[in-house]
Structures are given as structure tokens and as C-alpha cells.
Design a protein around this ligand. Structure first.
Ligand code: OSB
Ligand code: MG
Length: 369
């Protein structure tokens, strides 16, 4: 495929509700969208960098800078055999995986459209329906959290993730368990703890959680291995894993028993599949994480989740949980029993609402071969 044109846009979109984690709250999203075309078809991708450098060092502004000055100049006007060949063009650019993934995922969509196949099939996926979970942010009270959980359980979601942080942890887990004794439940700390908190994890170990997600430092695998040795609940790594190599090392050290795969964090579909394979070969299940995406990033998450070893419900949920109106048609919908069906149209399989996207755009730039 010939990379004839790349368009980058910054969109402003307001989440229906603020989302709070151990590193802060967000509601007004700045989303960088990518459109790549070969002159005949267009592929779409989303940069999942957040507003500030808190989940990772990338932000929508660093992504814009690195895309414009480094990534796009490396790919514009190039002829690619397949989307997989993108990685070789940008291997000299260290990090900035979310910026890279914006282009990489757009190339996969374009590649699938040129080949006239659904993206999930091009990726090698087999799950025609994927199991969905939700991630519920930190709330102002336990009662509010309990009623949010009840609403999501009633909507059919198969797993509930709550965010934890010092002061919003043991008591909360205890209360949620008392109200929902059998619920598939997990806690995500976003790196809010250290090994000094080991007794707290031993106490939370009694509440039969599916996993603790990223309890310790965002670059650590050594201390996670120590924590995993001392608790029964599986550890799931998110922030610490950027590549299949990271996954291999973490698994070898027994730093985790589960991995959360996010397209942005790992640089796109190629590396996400490589992580999937490393984990599958070691008997480690994976699931697809979320970054409060618009419909385009969400559609890529749905397609990725079709792969065999995405055997646990992910943070991939319905558009309506995030947006009054999504930028794709139809929006991502979840069945009453908590599943999303794959689409059979080529590429991401959802159509893109170009006019609505224009209305949300605050700046854009076009690069032509
Ligand atoms: O750690 O998984 C996370 C959102 C923003 C940044 C980090 C994370 C999250 C989520 C939300 O948990 C997942 C979603 O609903 O998109
Ligand atoms: Mg996480």
C-alpha cells in the first residue's frame, strides 16, 4: 500500500462523567485522530495519550509533536507490503508508542480495507463475540460506587474493575464484596503502592479478587515478583509492559500471572499480537485494556480482543458509557449478556462520521507524499 496522505486532527470530546484514578481525574478529552489514505481507501487510528503525563509520559501534545516531526516524515510516500512493516520504519524513534500506534492501527485498518476483509480476521482473531467488563473510577462515596456497580451488573457486564488508591482500598473492597459476594471483581491501583504496603495486599488477598492490576511502580517488575510471591491473588501488569520482550521478562520473573494489553502502550497491533503470543505460549491469559477511547480506538480494541488468548473480559465497553454521541456509526454496543459482536464489514467495520468529526476538530494538519 502506498502512503499517499496522512491527516492528523485534534478533537475535543467531553466524557459523560469524569473518570478518576489514583493519579487524578479527567473529563475533557483531547483526542488525536489519524486518517491514512492510499488514494482509494482510508484507514483510521486513534492516539490514546491522555491530557497530562500521568498514566505515561505521553500526552496528546507530545504525540502531535512526534507525529509531525518524526513519525509521519518516516512513512509518508512509502510503499508498504503490509501494516506489519510499519515498525521497521520507526524503529529508530525510541518510545512514544501511543503516537506510533495511532498511525500503526490506521495502517491496519487501511490494509484490511484494501484486502476487503474485516480487521479482526486479518489479525487472526477467532472470537466473534467478546466478553466485556467495565472500569469504574474512584467515587465520592462507597454508596455511589455500589450503585454504579449494580447498574453495570444489571447492564450485563461480566467483570467489574474498581480503581484503588491509598485510603480507597481495603474498606472499599470489603464493602463491595459484602454486597456482591460472587461478582468477578478486580482492583487497579495504577502504581499507587510500594512493597511497604505488603500487609495491606495480604489483607485484600482474602476477598477473592480476580487480580490486582499494576499495584507497584510503573516501570517495575522486580518488586511485583516479590509481591506476587507473598499473595495468592494474581497480579496483572499494565503500565510496566511495553513490548513482547517486557512480557517475556515479567513472566520469567513471576512478576505477574495476567497481562493487560493496550494498543497505545505497546505501539499497535503488531506488538499487541506478539505479546498475546508470548503470553499464550506461557499459559498467561491477557485482556484488552481501555484508555477512554472514542469509537475509532474502541473499534480497534474490539478487533484485537478477537484473538484466542484474550480469554478474560477486557475494559472494552459500550460507547454510551463514555459519550453522548460517538464518532462512529453504529456506536459500539454491548448485548444484555455482556458481549460485543465483531463486524463483518472490511477494516474496523464501523463507519466514521466525518461531518461530526469536523465539528469536534480544533486543529488539523495534512501531509501529502
Ligand atoms: O489503568 O486501565 C487503566 C483509563 C485511563 C488510564 C488508565 C486506565 C484507564 C481505565 C479505563 O481503567 C478503561 C476504559 O474504560 O477505557
Ligand atoms: Mg490499568
Amino acid at each position: 500500500m502506498f502512503i499517499e496522505q496522512i491527516e492528523i486532527r485534534e478533537l475535543q470530546m467531553r466524557l459523560l462523567q469524569p473518570f478518576e484514578t489514583s493519579f487524578g481525574a479527567t473529563q475533557d478529552r483531547h483526542i488525536v485522530l489519524i486518517k491514512v489514505s492510499n488514494g482509494k481507501h482510508a484507514g483510521y487510528g486513534e492516539v490514546t495519550a491522555a491530557e497530562g503525563p500521568f498514566y505515561s509520559y505521553e500526552t496528546w501534545e507530545t504525540a502531535w509533536h512526534v507525529l509531525r516531526n518524526y513519525i509521519i516524515p518516516a512513512v509518508i510516500g512509502k510503499e508498504l507490503q503490509a501494516a506489519e512493516n510499519f515498525a521497521a520504519l520507526v524503529q529508530g524513534i525510541r518510545g512514544h508508542n501511543m503516537a506510533k500506534a495511532g498511525i500503526e492501527t490506521a495502517l491496519w485498518d487501511l490494509d484490511a480495507k484494501i484486502r476487503d476483509v474485516p480487521l479482526w480476521k486479518l489479525l487472526g482473531g477467532t472470537r466473534e463475540r467478546i466478553d466485556c467488563g467495565v472500569s469504574i473510577g474512584i467515587q465520592s462515596s462507597i454508596d455511589k460506587l455500589l450503585s454504579k456497580i449494580a447498574a453495570e451488573v444489571n447492564a450485563g457486564y461480566r467483570r467489574i474493575k474498581i480503581k484503588i488508591k491509598p485510603g480507597w482500598d481495603l474498606e472499599i473492597v470489603k464493602e463491595v464484596r459484602a454486597t456482591f459476594p460472587k461478582l468477578p471483581l478486580m482492583g487497579d491501583a495504577n502504581s499507587a503502592y510500594t512493597l511497604a504496603d505488603i500487609d495491606l495486599f495480604k489483607k485484600m488477598d482474602r476477598y477473592n479478587l480476580m487480580m490486582f492490576e499494576q499495584p507497584l511502580h510503573y516501570e517495575d517488575i522486580i518488586d511485583h515478583a516479590e509481591l506476587q510471591k507473598q499473595i495468592e491473588t494474581p497480579i496483572c501488569l499494565d503500565e510496566s509492559i511495553h513490548s513482547a520482550e517486557d512480557a517475556r521478562k515479567a513472566i520469567n520473573l513471576n512478576a505477574c500471572r495476567i497481562i493487560n494489553v493496550k494498543l497505545g502502550r505497546v505501539g499497535g497491533h503488531k506488538e499487541a499480537r506478539a505479546i498475546h503470543d508470548v503470553c499464550r505460549n506461557s499459559g498467561v491469559p491477557v485482556w484488552c485494556g481501555g484508555m477512554l477511547e472514542s469509537g475509532i480506538g474502541r473499534a480497534h480494541n474490539v478487533a484485537l480482543s478477537s484473538m484466542e488468548n484474550f480469554s478474560l473480559p477486557g475494559d472494552v465497553s459500550a460507547s454510551r458509557r463514555y459519550w453522548a454521541e460517538d464518532i462512529i456509526e453504529p456506536p459500539v454496543e454491548v448485548s444484555v449478556d455482556g458481549q460485543i459482536s465483531q463486524r463483518n464489514e472490511p477494516g474496523i467495520g464501523y463507519s466514521v462520521k466525518e461531518q461530526f468529526i469536523d465539528d469536534l476538530t480544533v486543529r488539523s494538519q495534512v501531509f501529502t507524499a
